[in-house]
Every structure is written in structure tokens, then in C-alpha cells.
Design a protein around this ligand. Structure first.
Ligand code: THU
Length: 129
């Protein structure tokens, strides 16, 4: 799937966001190593801390559909003038499933692209011995 198509999917996902508290809608579309695409939007809650970000919902959707995944590329859209890269919690979860290219884009011209490991250097890993 092309980047343009992934971006369209992320925009569509953002339109489904449940964000009545922040009014900040986010859409994510990810491409897995197996070539499938999954999307997610942010889902907020009256108990604010229960909110789940678009990126983590896209990952949950992917794993529910095909089991363990390797993420090749993740595209994040916000209907804002400036792009917003994933939050810290999402960076840690993205790290779990590969070191994908992460592109954040918005309604403005600006976008940014990083590899997940650059977004979260020294990510936590469970090393017991
Ligand atoms: N949000 C995301 O969906 N992804 C991020 O990486 C950062 C924040 C959502 C959570 C909340 O619904 C809204 O944006 C404002 O924080």
C-alpha cells in the first residue's frame, strides 16, 4: 500500500475518533510486514486516564486480526496545523512490535518522519538475566 493510501486511511480513522473531552482527534494507520493495513483512532473516557491513543488502538486492532505483528510503517494524522508525533506511552508500545518508520502529518504542510528507535532511544525491554 502506498503512503498516500496509508494517509487516507489515517484521515478516515481520525474521523471516527471519540474525543469529546479534548476535541483532539487522532487517526493512525499501520502497515504490517505481512502487507496488511490496520487503523485506529483515539477513544477517550470520562475517567480521563482510561483514554487510549489512536496508535495503540491500531496496534490492538492489528494483533486482534492477525496475531503478533511486525510493524513496517506507521502513519499518524491529526487535523491540526502542525504534526504531532506519538506520545511516550505509544512509543514504548510501538517499540514492542518492530522499529517502523513513523510519519506524522497534519492539515498543514509540515510532516515529520522518524524511526521508532529514534523516537524512543533506550526503550524499556524486559531482560531478566
Ligand atoms: N492522543 C493520541 O491518540 N495519540 C498520541 O500519541 C497522543 C495523544 C490522543 C489522546 C487524547 O484522546 C487526545 O489525543 C489528547 O491528548
Amino acid at each position: 500500500m502506498s503512503e498516500t493510501e496509508l494517509k487516507e486511511k489515517a484521515i478516515e480513522a481520525a474521523s471516527k475518533a471519540y474525543a469529546p473531552y479534548s476535541n483532539f482527534k487522532v487517526g493512525a494507520a499501520l502497515l504490517t510486514k505481512s502487507g496488511n493495513v490496520y487503523t485506529g483512532c483515539n477513544i477517550e473516557n470520562a475517567s480521563y486516564g482510561l483514554t487510549v491513543c489512536a496508535e495503540r488502538n491500531a496496534i490492538a486492532n492489528a494483533i486482534n486480526a492477525e496475531g503478533v505483528i511486525v510493524i513496517k510503517k506507521l502513519v499518524v494524522y491529526t487535523p491540526t496545523p502542525k504534526p504531532t508525533p506519538p506520545c511516550g506511552a505509544c512509543r514504548q508500545v510501538i517499540h514492542e512490535f518492530g522499529n517502523p518508520e513513523v510519519k506524522s502529518f497534519c492539515d498543514g504542510e509540515e510532516s515529520n518522519i522518524h524511526h521508532s528507535d529514534d523516537l524512543l532511544p533506550h526503550a524499556f525491554e524486559l531482560k531478566k538475566d
